[in-house]
Write a protein that binds this ligand. Structure first.
Ligand code: ADP
Ligand code: ASP
Ligand code: MG
Length: 484
């Protein structure tokens, strides 16, 4: 069997959902399990709806709910799935809207939104889209079955980016989905969401449906996981930033994880974990060009020569610098400095330390800045460390990280030098740098306004992607294969 995941852009309306239907039908003999995202923009709308339920007028909340309701109804009708309010699909959609309205009413009354309630509100996008896709596949004569991932994916309580209990989840998915799959039915699974043991709805992190797909792939021991997008595959740089970016035919799990960690939205960073563990190849494919080869992700590195494989970038970052002779030079210092950052739940993207050890800088997302500073300052104050002489914290906002990624860079001389000279010639100032010891990744922090220029300069100067290996034609043979 194979897992096929369709992203929000591939499901943005009736015309695109039709295209999704054609693809699923075409590969039906490979026994697909389908994973869906919410329709494009719906998760953002739901998050805004939750936010307005805390602080906005009830009328606005009602209007927002109505817009979402109308959009789903309209697309269902355009697909010919419902002929009015009495139809089964419309009743199912309406039941979800009634539930969502109830949650919003609760938030409106209390004027309080916990991370737990936000997750519940966010979960409706996938639940709605999966209903529509299931019905559409049925209308094509396929035996599709709506599956609420919350009945199978068990997570902890870290709302917003919950951690999956793999043992329980794999067991549930095998037990719950394999028998029907073996009989030829096609599960249509809500991406992005899970549930705690106590029964609270959780989400796996923004864009987490890719991750759902590879969790399913791992559990069901799928032959491959196919992630359908609106881009031709993983490109040598974000095609929105660099016109000359090319598709990379193949890339390793590790290279893909590094790239995704540094902002390439083309795949969620956690997706590689279950796939790598189960040695399941991932393919990124274009919904509108199903015959194009796309990108194949396996354990084999994509780059063979010395050129980097791709450049990824992420903006909206802040660089926090801690300096002062009073706190440095002791063993375990970095650990002590960064523990409050970790406890605040902040993800650190890169760290760089000066050789004098009198300062250390680290890059985080700007949204995490306030809580991080509060945690650091409290910790320093408690330990009597805050003060010009002892330790000082400074912040630079509006920064971006550019990561130059590729296994082929390992052991190659001069790559960092070429990155800096490309940036220097383009008039871009480098604020901080880091190179992981794996040598798969060089990261530079620059000003956010220089991002486009910086990415282009590196992409062109270093011939990024030129060393990319070739790959075989796509495995359309799966159609006639028996699957596993
Ligand atoms: P989905 O429908 O799954 O949500 P997205 O809209 O997230 O799909 O599509 C992937 C996005 O990732 C595209 O908009 C593309 O511009 C962006 N992107 C960023 N970096 C890369 C890259 N290196 N290769 C391909 N796409 C990239
Ligand atoms: N709908 C969710 C989001 O927008 C998950 C996903 O699309 O993968 O983040
Ligand atoms: Mg996305």
């Amino acid at each position: 069997m194979i897992v096929m995941k369709f992203g929000g852009t591939s499901l943005s309306g009736a015309a695109r959902i039709r295209q999704v239907g054609l693809i699923v039908r075409r590969f039906a003999r490979s026994r697909p399990a389908v994973v869906v995202s919410a329709m494009a923009g719906v998760t953002d709308e739901l998050i805004a709806l939750a936010g307005r339920s805390v602080s906005g007028p009830p009328r606005e909340v009602g209007a927002r709910l109505d817009r979402l309701r109308k959009r789903h109804r309209r697309e269902a009708r355009l697909l010919g799935l419902s002929d009015g309010p009495g139809s089964r699909l419309e009743r199912e959609l309406e039941a979800l809207f009634t539930e969502l309205e109830g949650v919003c009413r609760g938030v409106l009354l209390l004027r309080e939104l916990s991370r737990r309630s936000l997750d519940l509100v966010s979960s409706f996008g996938e639940r709605l889209s999966a209903l529509v896709v299931t019905d559409h596949l049925r209308s094509l004569g396929l035996r599709a079955q709506f599956v609420d991932a919350r009945d199978h994916i068990v997570t902890d309580e870290s709302h917003g980016s919950a951690a999956v209990d793999f043992d329980a989840t794999f067991r549930n998915l095998r037990r719950g989905l394999l028998p029907a799959l073996r009989k030829g039915s096609i599960p249509v699974v809500t991406g992005f969401i899970g549930r705690t043991r106590q029964g609270a709805t959780t989400t796996l992190g923004r864009s987490g449906s890719d991750y759902t797909a590879s969790i399913l792939g791992g559990a069901l021991r799928a032959k491959e996981v196919w992630i359908w997008k609106e881009v031709d595959g993983v490109c040598t740089a974000d095609p929105r930033l660099v016109k000359s970016a090319r598709v990379v035919p193949r890339i390793s799990y590790q290279e893909a994880a590094e790239m995704a960690h540094y902002g390439a939205e083309v795949i969620h960073p956690k997706t590689m974990l279950p796939a790598r563990r189960g040695r399941i190849p991932i393919r990124i494919k274009n919904t509108f060009k199903p015959d194009a080869p796309g990108t194949l992700i396996t354990s084999r590195p994509g780059s063979r020569g010395s050129a980097p494989l791709l450049v990824s970038s992420i903006d909206g970052m802040a660089l926090v610098t801690i300096e002062g002779s009073g706190i440095f030079g002791q063993p375990g210092m970095i650990l002590r400095l960064l523990t409050p950052v970790a406890l605040a739940g902040t993800n650190i993207y890169m760290i760089s330390m000066s050789s004098s050890e009198y300062n250390v800088s680290f890059a985080i997302m700007q949204g995490d800045l306030d809580k991080t500073l509060r945690a650091l300052e409290k910790d320093f104050r408690d330990r009597g460390l805050l003060g010009e002489q002892v330790a000082r914290i400074t912040v630079e906002r509006g920064m971006c990280a550019i990561a130059v990624v590729g296994a082929g860079m390992k052991g190659q001389k001069g790559i960092a030098g070429r990155v800096f000279s490309a940036l220097g010639d383009a008039g871009v100032n480098v604020v901080a740098i880091a190179q992981g010891s794996s040598e798969y990744n060089i990261t530079v922090i620059i000003k956010g306004r220089d991002m486009k220029r910086g990415v282009r300069a590196i992409h062109d100067r270093l011939n990024v992607g030129r060393s990319a290996g070739r790959t075989r034609r796509p495995a359309l043979r799966l159609v006639s294969g028996r699957g596993r």
